[in-house]
Design a protein around this ligand. Structure first.
Ligand code: SAM
Length: 196
């Protein structure tokens, strides 16, 4: 899977990594920052998505499409597509550019708008990457989990870096009898939930 990263995709990944790093240090306002996963977390979600059972791959929070590129590798390797949701028009524009330049636009359905308004239309979700504003995690979890296939994986990002804001949702998921879960200290921390 990782051997299929093309020179164009690698160049775009490195470009976005450089912008993300700069954003974190130059005072760029929070709303304009890309707030991407680090590369090792990108590889992690790609491996999990590629290992998930038959069904769709969904992402909540596209930003400029960096994590989506990793998920696109999994989608291509398993003959699937990625549906990714983004509400911010500027990020949507960057994401479109990312997918065109990386030649993966044919693998990705980029859905503009509030993901919470669209998630009820999903079914047979095999993998979901949840990486948007922290106050929507619980509602997104509640919407996605019933729409997941048995054995499907839901990954909630920032589970360590934002553990205080996410505490109620993390406690809920970790006690949820519908899933097995584990907190993985990679990147900013990923709570991985597997639907029983
Ligand atoms: C942490 S960033 C995502 C980073 C991206 N997953 C990556 O690693 O490259 C969170 C993104 O979620 C978007 N977002 C926030 N609320 C949303 C909502 N209700 N629906 C869809 N996207 C949302 C933000 O605009 C922002 O771009």
């Amino acid at each position: 899977m990782f051997e299929s990263i093309s020179p164009a995709m690698l160049a775009r990944m490195q470009h976005l990594e450089a912008i993300d790093l700069r954003d974190r240090t130059d005072g760029t306002p929070h709303s304009r920052r890309l707030r991407q996963v680090p590369p090792e977390a990108g590889r992690f979600i790609a491996l999990l998505a590629a290992s998930s059972p038959s069904g769709s791959i969904v992402e909540i929070g596209t930003s400029a499409g960096y994590s989506t590129l990793w998920l696109a590798l999994a989608a291509r390797a398993t003959n699937r597509r990625v549906t990714t949701y983004e509400v911010d028009p500027a990020k949507l524009s960057l994401a479109r550019e990312t997918f065109e330049l990386s030649a993966v636009a044919d693998l990705i359905d980029l859905v503009p708008g509030d993901a919470l308004q669209h998630l009820a239309q999903q079914s047979n979700v095999a993998f979901c990457f949840l990486d948007a504003e922290k106050d929507l995690y619980q509602r997104a979890y509640d919407l996605v989990l019933p729409r997941m296939v048995p054995g499907g994986l839901l990954v909630a990002d920032n589970a360590i870096s934002h553990q205080h804001e996410l505490r109620p949702m993390l406690d809920f998921a970790q006690a949820d009898p519908r899933v097995d879960s584990v907190l993985v200290p990679i990147g900013t921390g990923d709570l991985v939930c597997r639907k029983k």
